[in-house]
Design a protein around this ligand. Structure first.
Ligand code: ADP
Ligand code: MG
Length: 615
């Protein structure tokens, strides 16, 4: 402050004043706090006085406590001395106690073992009692048994005595028995052998039986299987049979339809139809061993049943016709194929059926056949069919009149096969004229010719019998004439329907032609030559007529032969014609066969026109 004042400059004067002020304020506050501190000092001195008094009191208390403490320590040391004495006593007692405990444990063990021993002794005692009881019973039993045995022994002794007596007896007998015994033992050994054998046999038999039983069982099983198989097959067969029957029925129906359609086609074409038939090799003495011609029948679909091939001198000849019947075809087979044509006669057509071929080729067999149902030819079958059908048509109002005539043309001369007395005297008919006349309606009459009304096929059969008798008589009289003449069977059919007023007139001509063999082959002279020339002439006239019609010529040479003239109305454009060409199968006939087949082929190529019904 002194230095501050020393360095006060007039500019810092104000600052010094302020500092002084501050210093004075600080001195005043310090004086206030000194006063307050003096007050506090007085109070503290008072307090210190009180505290020293209290200290004095405490020091007294402490002194007394120290004295109490000392006495307590004294008491404590006494107690500790007692405690150490008691501890010694306790440890001594504990030692005694542990010794006693050990003794007690060992005593307990001893007690347990004693108890166990006691228990086991008790059970063994009980066991002993039981065993003793059993032994007692056993002893009783044994005693009674012993008694029994004693009794038995007494009895046995008695028995032994009697047996000794018996033994003495037996010894005597034994001498004899030994021999018997020996023989018996031999027998016994033999029996044993047999027995062994039989046992073996029995065993094998048993084995066999077992085997057989097994087999039987197997067989039973098989039989059952077979039976079921059989039943199944039976059912199958039945089913197949039914199917077969229905298939067959369908085939038959289809075949019928085919024939009908075939016929319709032929009718539309108006063809002359040609069937070829080959007869079988004959077994009679004349021709047996004859060589067979190399004939074959193509089997391709289009030619089956329609073609025939034959070889001659290394050359193949093939022909086809409307139908070819081989050597196994039956009369029935043949008739079935042409029965429609016969039906046509009933429907009012003019029908001609010819059999053409060399002698012995089967023309007469085909036309007439032989006695017996299967052997009947076309003529009897046709008539049967005509009468049967006409009868069935009666129900529709149709009435038919049938007239039959039979003639033969020999050397251009007509002969009536139904003329009375012809069979006995052929010459009786010689004066008759037999002139052929046609009226404008196409009806043909032959003067003096017998025309018989027929009402049944039986009527016709008797007429045919008569005719064939006439022919066969002629044959013996006239040197095989039958095959040198044409046989013509004519049936005129007139039908009228009373319901519809319809009228039909049909004609069925069935012609068994004379043998077609050529002159050179027959090597004939004289009458034979004349015959052959006549036949050839009439056959060529027939073919001329057919070809002329086929060509549509203005002039048809019907008058060139009796046969063509007779058949003129039936060979016209409105008729139906069927030509059978009959063939011999022998190799020796091959030349004639080829000629016949060629002729038939030419005929087959002809068209006669559209057949017309005559109503
Ligand atoms: P044709 O009249 O042509 O001279 P046949 O009809 O008299 O010939 O036949 C000559 C022989 O052949 C006869 O004994 C006849 O019975 C036999 N014959 C012909 N064709 C057959 C055939 N298809 N089946 C069995 N025998 C036949
Ligand atoms: Mg004949």
């Amino acid at each position: 402050m002194v230095s501050a004042t020393a360095y006060i400059r007039p500019s810092n004067w104000q600052l010094a004043v302020e500092s002084y002020e501050k210093e004075r304020q600080d001195r005043e506050s310090a004086e206030t706090s000194r006063d307050m501190l003096t007050v506090d000092l007085e109070r503290v001195t008072h307090e210190a006085k009180r505290f020293s008094e209290q200290l004095k009191m405490v020091q007294d208390t402490n002194k007394r406590l120290q004295e109490y403490n000392t006495s307590l320590q004294q008491y404590n040391s006494n107690l500790q001395a007692d405690a150490s004495k008691s501890g010694e006593t306790i440890s001594k007692l504990q030692k005694e106690k542990s010794a006693m405990m050990e003794t007690m444990v060992s005593l307990k063990d001893l007690n347990n073992s004693m108890k166990n021993q006691l228990d086991s002794s008790r059970t063994s005692q009980q066991e002993a009692i039981r065993v003793k009881e059993e032994f007692r019973k056993e002893v009783e039993c044994l005693r009674s048994e012993l008694q029994q045995v004693r009794d038995d022994r007494d009895q046995s002794v008695a028995q032994v005595n009697t047996l000794n007596v018996e033994l003495a007896n037996c010894k005597e007998i034994a001498g004899q028995s030994t021999e018997d015994c020996e023989s018996l033992s031999v027998k016994v050994s033999a029996f044993e052998v047999t027995c062994n054998m039989q046992q073996e046999q029995i065993q094998t038999l048993q084995k066999q039986l077992a085997f057989a039983t097994e087999k039987l069982k197997l067989a039973d099983v098989t039989a059952v299987e077979v039976m079921t198989g059989y039943q199944e097959q039976k059912v199958k067969i039945k089913d197949l049979e039914e199917r077969l029957a229905s298939a067959e029925f369908q085939i038959v129906e289809a075949d019928k339809l085919r024939k009908k359609l075939h016929n319709t086609i032929l009718e539309l074409k108006g063809n002359i139809r040609v069937f070829c038939r080959v007869r079988p090799l004959l077994s009679d003495s004349d021709s047996s061993g004859a060589e067979e011609a190399p004939i074959s029948y193509p089997t391709s679909v289009e030619s089956a049943g329609r073609c025939i091939d034959l070889m001659n001198q290394g050359q193949r000849f093939s022909f086809s016709y409307d139908k070819v019947f081989d050597h196994v075809a039956s009369q029935e087979d043949v008739f079935v194929e042409m029965s429609q044509l016969v039906q046509s006669a009933l429907d009012g057509y003019k029908v001609c059926i010819f059999a053409y071929g060399q002698t012995g080729s089967g023309k007469t067999y085909t036309m007439m056949g032989q006695p017996g149902i299967d052997q009947k030819g076309i003529i009897p079958r046709s008539l049967e069919q005509i009468f049967k059908t006409s009868q069935s048509l009666e129900s529709q109002g149709w009435k038919y009149c049938m007239q039959a005539s039979m003639l033969e043309i020999y050397n251009e001369t007509i002969r009536d096969l139904l003329a009375p007395g012809r069979s006995s005297n052929f010459e009786m008919t010689a004066g008759k004229q037999y002139t052929i006349k046609h009226d404008p309606h196409g009806n043909t009459t032959v003067s003096d010719l017998i025309v018989a009304d027929v009402f049944s096929s039986a009527d016709v059969t008797s007429l045919l019998a008569k005719a064939s008798q006439s022919r066969s008589v002629g044959r013996t009289h006239m040197n095989e004439q039958s095959s040198r003449s044409h046989f013509v069977f004519t049936l005129k059919i007139s039908g009228s329907n009373e319901n519809t007023g319809q009228q039909v007139q049909g004609i069925l001509n069935l012609i068994d032609l004379a043998g077609s063999e050529r002159l050179a082959k027959s090597g004939s002279t004289g009458d034979r030559l004349k015959e052959t020339q006549a036949i050839n002439k009439s056959l060529s006239a027939l073919s001329d007529v057919i070809f002329a019609i086929a060509k549509g010529d203005d002039h048809v040479p019907f008058r060139n032969s009796k046969l063509t003239y007779l058949l003129q109305p039936c060979l016209g454009g409105d008729s139906k014609t069927l030509m059978f060409v009959n063939i011999s199968p022998e190799a020796s006939s091959i030349g004639e066969t080829i000629c016949s087949l060629r002729f038939a082929s030419r005929v087959n190529a002809c068209e006669i026109g559209i057949p017309r019904r005559h109503t």
